[in-house]
Design a protein around this ligand. Structure first.
Ligand SMILES: [Zn+2]
Ligand SMILES: [Zn+2]
Ligand SMILES: [Zn+2]
Ligand SMILES: [Zn+2]
Length: 283
């Protein structure tokens, strides 16, 4: 009896000390850090995307991200096997955790040194200069960070003139592409950019598209392009509002942003096109 009393007394004084220490730390604005071993706990249990602020909870404590919360019908918790009411009750303790959880960019191993709060990592990933790109020369299997892929291409493939040509100042250039070779790489040396003209053969004709090797939301450089093809007095022109970006050339026919040349306008294997690439003005 006596022992348990003195034990609880000791505990109490320990609590008092740590409480005082914490208060002092908070007053001095000092922080402590720890490693979070499982990042999945910061994901929404409904959609598995990173939780963002505000985070909501039902009467039973199930967490719901703002996106899923917006889709909640008749104020019932979407948690598995739960049907309890969910009002506007936020989970401030989780929001505090989210504010304090910083994670490194997934491209750390390739040289990126940035860290972000957990919910912002995926938007950084879409523009990270260290995103891994594949060399657009289909015979080469080099992969490297976006910021060095141009250098690799120029060192390794510059003299392979059948697959690439230079575009200066984005004025219109003549492009000759063999429908069966599928890919033609164009480079722009001032800003060190690689553009890819790609053909996709299909039953009724050929799709032609122009894209740039870059992460999907890379920097502020945005371009539009215009393709035109003339044969025997016929003219096919396509104007794209934006050059899409890709990390790796693939053989999937794009569902937007392409020119279509029907079979009846094709003469042999070569397509002779005029291509203009323009830098879009930033607002
Ligand atoms: Zn969610
Ligand atoms: Zn619930
Ligand atoms: Zn990064
Ligand atoms: Zn290469």
């Amino acid at each position: 009896m006596e022992g348990s009393n003195s034990h609880s007394h000791i505990q109490l004084s320990k609590e008092k000390i740590s409480h005082r220490q914490k208060k002092q730390r908070m007053e001095k604005n000092e922080t402590r850090s720890a490693k979070l071993l499982d990042l999945d706990v910061l994901d929404c249990p409904i959609c598995f995307e990173p939780l963002t602020i505000p985070t909501f909870q039902c009467d039973d404590g199930h967490l719901v991200c703002s996106f899923c919360f917006a889709k909640v019908s008749s104020n019932r918790c979407p948690g598995p096997g739960c049907d309890l009411p969910i009002g506007n009750k936020r989970c401030f303790s989780m929001e505090k955790v989210l504010e304090s959880a910083f994670v490194p960019c997934p491209n750390t191993e390739f040289g990126c040194t940035e860290s972000f709060s957990y919910g912002k990592v995926s938007s950084h990933e879409k523009e990270c200069n260290y995103s891994q790109c594949s060399c657009p020369n289909l015979e080469c299997n080099y992969t490297g960070s976006y910021n060095i892929i141009y250098g690799h291409f120029m060192r390794s493939h510059l003299y392979n003139s059948t697959i690439c040509s230079s575009i200066w100042g984005y004025s219109s250039v003549d492009v000759r592409i063999n429908i069966n070779e599928k890919v033609l790489v164009l480079w722009e040396s001032l800003q060190k950019l690689l553009f890819v003209v790609q053909c996709f053969r299909e039953r009724h004709g050929v799709y032609v598209t122009v894209r740039r090797i870059a992460p999907s939301a890379s920097e502020l450089k945005k371009f539009s392009y215009c393709l035109s093809y003339s044969i025997d007095g016929h003219n096919v022109t396509y104007e794209s509002p934006e050059v899409k970006r890709l990390l790796e050339v693939n053989s999937q026919i794009p569902d937007e942003s392409f020119m279509f040349v029907p079979n009846c306008l094709l003469r042999g294997e070569m397509l002779e096109l005029k291509l203009g690439i323009k830098k879009l003005m930033q607002k």
